[in-house]
Structures are given as C-alpha cells and as structure tokens.
Design a protein around this ligand. Sequence first.
Ligand SMILES: Cc1cc2nc3c(=O)[nH]c(=O)nc-3n(C[C@H](O)[C@H](O)[C@H](O)COP(=O)(O)O)c2cc1C
Length: 249
Amino acid sequence: MHLPQITELLRQHRSIRRFTDQAIDPVLLNDLITAGQSASTSSYIQAVSVVQVNDAGLRNQFAELAGGQKYVQTAAEFLVFCADLNRNSQRASRVAGEALDFAWTEQFVTAVVDTALFAQNVVISAEANGLGCCYIGGIRNNPQRVTELLALPDLVFPVFGLCLGYPDQSPERKPRLPLTTVLHKDRYQSALEFAAEIDGYDAHVRDYYERRSQGKLTMTWSEQMSKQAQTQTREFMQEYLKTQGFMHK
Ligand SMILES: Cc1cc2nc3c(=O)[nH]c(=O)nc-3n(C[C@H](O)[C@H](O)[C@H](O)COP(=O)(O)O)c2cc1C
C-alpha cells in the first residue's frame, strides 16, 4: 500500500541531538509556530505560550539544569513550551469584573494536552521542512529555576523544551511496541496477553541499543521501565504546580 507522504514522514521520525551551524530562517520559525497554533485546542482555550531562548548564557543554564544536555546549547533554536492559563485567567477576570483563577485540575490537564498537541504540530512541520528536533523534558528537573529564568507568572508551567536545527546525524529509527499491544479491540487487553510479543520486542530493543552504543549498552524496553519504576521521579512536582497556582481544586 502506498502511504500518503505525511504518514511516511511521521514513520521516519527520530530525535536529533546533533545539529549543523545552519540557522533557521525566522520566517520558517514563525510558520512552524503558526502550524502549532493550528492544532485542536480543548474548548478553544489556546492555553500555550512558547518562549524562544536566544541568549547564550540562558541556553547554558538550560543545558545544565536539564542534566548536561549539550544540544540545548548547540541547536539553532531552543523553545520552551508552556501550559499557559495565565492569559485565560487575566482575560476572563477582566470580562467578569472579578478574579477568576483557572485552578481546577481538569483545566491543568487540558492546558498540558493543548501544549503537547501544539508542540507536536511544530515538530511535524519542522521535520517536513528538513529540520530535526529533540524534546527536552529535562527542564522539569528544576521547574522552579525555569520559572525564575523565564519570569513565568502564576498559571504558567514549562512542560518541555524543544531543540530545533538542521540535522548533523542520521540515527536509526527507535523501535516501537508491536501494533497488537497498543491497538485494543472492543475491550482493554492486558500486557499479560501479549507476553510473547513483548518478549520479542524486548529482544529487538536490546539489539537496537547494542548497535547504537557499539555494544556498550544492553537493555530491553522492559528492563528500562523497571529501572524507571524504581527511580524517584521529580517528587517536587505536585508542590511546584500548586505554588504556580495550578490544581487547587
Ligand atoms: C516530552 C518528552 C520529553 C523528552 N525529553 C528528552 C530529554 O530531556 N532529552 C533527550 O535527549 N530526549 C528527550 N526526549 C526524546 C525521547 O527520548 C525520544 O523521543 C524517545 O526515546 C524515542 O526516540 P525517537 O524520538 O528517536 O523515536 C523526550 C521526548 C518527549 C516526548
């Protein structure tokens, strides 16, 4: 079957972590952000703001707080995608003539979903234009510091960063779970029912990591998940979000 070009493009995705020096035309960058804005948005909330980080000193600080990720410094562009209910709160309060806070947990969820959809539109559009991208969730290692560095007000949460630039590498595609394990028919099917398929996938992932690391890294997907499940993960997040004004209700 001949797949439409866009589907083929999506299947070719891989994160890019090494970039050439070539700059991104500002007109193209604006087009990418406009593509992001074109994504669906829950109840029309449009709860997304993007901060373009140009300053080299700031970039260094982001690279460091993300755990020493050098490509944050070297990418042509580094964007921070924020779930932003501050604008909504301001405008709603102005119309209502009283302070309206947007502090429901559901509103937080919709703002984060909006942010992800917006960003993925940017990524697809960027890849269609020959650019490479890498999301940087590492900025959530220290959301308070990001909040200070970017002067984020209440009800603005930095969800992730994004490195963008012209690729200086062509990595192998990273294998995904078998389709049968993610596409459920009429009822949810537990991973127990797909043990053999996931065992096969694990072997495939081990080969992938061994090839990518010239034999230095041997890990299956299940082993990676086991390690993650046993690692404390950004335990400050709930407190941080409440301090930022989110999820009081
Ligand atoms: C929200 C999000 C945050 C991520 N954060 C990082 C990151 O901090 N550093 C990094 O190198 N890759 C990061 N990634 C990239 C993932 O590691 C990558 O997408 C995954 O391993 C699959 O590889 P692929 O994108 O090449 O197919 C992130 C991806 C997402 C969706």
